[in-house]
Design a protein around this ligand. Structure first.
Ligand SMILES: Cc1ncc(COP(=O)(O)O)c(C=O)c1O
Length: 417
């Protein structure tokens, strides 16, 4: 089918959940995607933070071919090698004790929410005082299913589906006093993205994370770090919470875990895991042999190719080049992020939309989140020459659309005229 034919069929037959860009990708190579006309695109989005090893990486191709011939699915009624192999790696990398495998980020969050409720129930049965409420942060994004969407802040994602899971209160982002005011023994779990992704690449402060750890520890509530976007190496460490020197009770992961195949996991401490026994939670597909084998290959490749150091190195370079750009273009009000999870916030939503659109015309994929934020989530194998290409393109687009005179009418990053 041609792109036009596909568009016509989708418009008629699919639930209209997505506004797609009119491009038909047919294959990928390294950090590039290639469309049906043979045009190459530099991908600084990697399938929204999924394709950490880029496209057509031999480690992934080989393991899919080999495992595909052996075994793709068995269900969780039987053993296969993959979950144990993967759990050995993930627990070592994360400092967590146990893993539950599922298929997506939102399912990992559902598992975390259920674990927090069950754990609080266990504590109550042991005579402790602890309730069933959750605290999440303003601008959080934890997924689209009924529990995780209830903990997702933006009303447009949540309200059309009301009533969602009750008992969720939102804390002002990074506001220690608000956290202290809203925390009580009614709370069974506090959800934090160490670096908010959809919320605009916003890291919480060390103080906020430390206070959340202290408060949750004081009652037995679980500190749940959502590492679905920031985890598995994107920030230069395996987990973003490792920049904060805290050990949460639960960490959720998904996106890059199986190199583009659907796989998520909820990792937790032995203490939290006490609350779960056989039959309480489960999934048909989660942690299947193929997805687990690919995940083991992804993790081993990140280690063998020293990609955590590479992410730090190229990420620092990218960050510095964005800062240089911000000095020349006052329309960039802030550059944020760590490793290869970066953002440049612009002073207007229209400009951000225009820049993302023109980057696409120049065959460089980025996206806009939180209205004004240009987000960069490239594959971990990105090179400095790729960064230079993107910076030159941004420079030229901003020079055209946000000349210095126009941006002069801003104070403290806010448009005043
Ligand atoms: C921080 C965070 N949590 C949860 C999710 C939901 O993951 P999924 O789309 O795999 O359900 C996302 C997806 O973007 C995310 O960025």
């Amino acid at each position: 089918m041609t792109l036009e034919e596909i568009k016509a069929v989708e418009a008629k037959l699919l639930l209209p959940t997505y506004e797609r860009n009119p491009i038909l990708f047919v294959r990928g190579e390294g950090v590039h995607l290639i469309d049906d006309r043979g045009e190459r695109y530099l991908d600084l989005l990697s399938g929204i933070g999924v394709n950490a090893l880029g496209y057509a990486h031999p480690a992934i191709e080989n393991v899919i071919a080999e495992q595909g011939k052996k075994l793709i699915h068995t269900s969780n009624l039987f053993f296969h090698e993959g979950q144990a192999e993967l759990a050995l790696r993930l627990t070592k990398m994360s400092g967590m004790d146990r893993a539950f495998f599922c298929n997506s980020g939102t399912e990992a969050m559902e598992a975390a929410l259920k674990l927090a409720r069950a754990h609080a129930g266990l504590l109550r049965s042991e005579g402790r005082t602890i309730g069933t409420k959750f605290l999440a942060l303003e601008n959080s994004f934890h997924g689209r299913t009924m529990g995780s969407v209830a903990t997702t802040h933006k009303a447009k994602y949540r309200e059309p589906f009301d009533p969602v899971m009750p008992g969720v209160e939102f804390v002002a982002f990074d506001d220690v006093e608000d956290l202290k005011a809203k925390f009580s023994d009614e709370v069974c779990g506090v959800l934090i993205e160490a670096i908010q992704g959809e919320g605009g690449i916003r890291p919480v402060s060390r103080e906020f994370m430390a206070v959340a750890r202290e408060l949750t520890r004081s009652t037995g509530a679980l500190l749940i770090c959502d590492e679905i976007q920031a985890g598995l190496g994107r920030t230069g460490k395996w987990f973003a919470y490792q920049h904060y020197d805290v050990r949460p009770d639960v960490a959720t992961i998904a996106k890059p875990l199986a190199g583009g195949l659907p796989l998520g996991a909820m990792l937790c401490t032995e203490e939290a895991a006490r609350a779960i026994h056989a039959g309480m939670h489960g999934t048909t597909f989660g942690g299947g042999p193929l997805a687990c084998a690919v995940a083991v290959a992804v993790i081993d490749t990140i280690e063998q190719e020293n990609l955590l150091d590479h992410v730090t190195d190229v990420g620092t370079y990218f960050h510095a080049r964005l800062n240089e750009l911000a000095e020349r273009h006052p329309a960039i009000v802030e550059v944020r992020g760590m490793g290869l999870m970066l953002a440049a916030e612009l002073d207007s939503a229209e400009l951000a939309k225009q820049v993302a659109g023109e980057m696409l015309e120049r065959r460089i994929l980025i996206n806009r989140t939180s209205e004004t934020v240009l987000r960069f989530l490239p594959p971990f194998i990105l090179g400095k020459d790729d960064v230079d290409l993107a910076i030159d393109a941004l420079d030229s687009i901003l020079t055209t659309h946000a000349p210095q005179e126009a941006s002069a009418a801003t104070i403290g990053g806010k448009r005043v005229g």
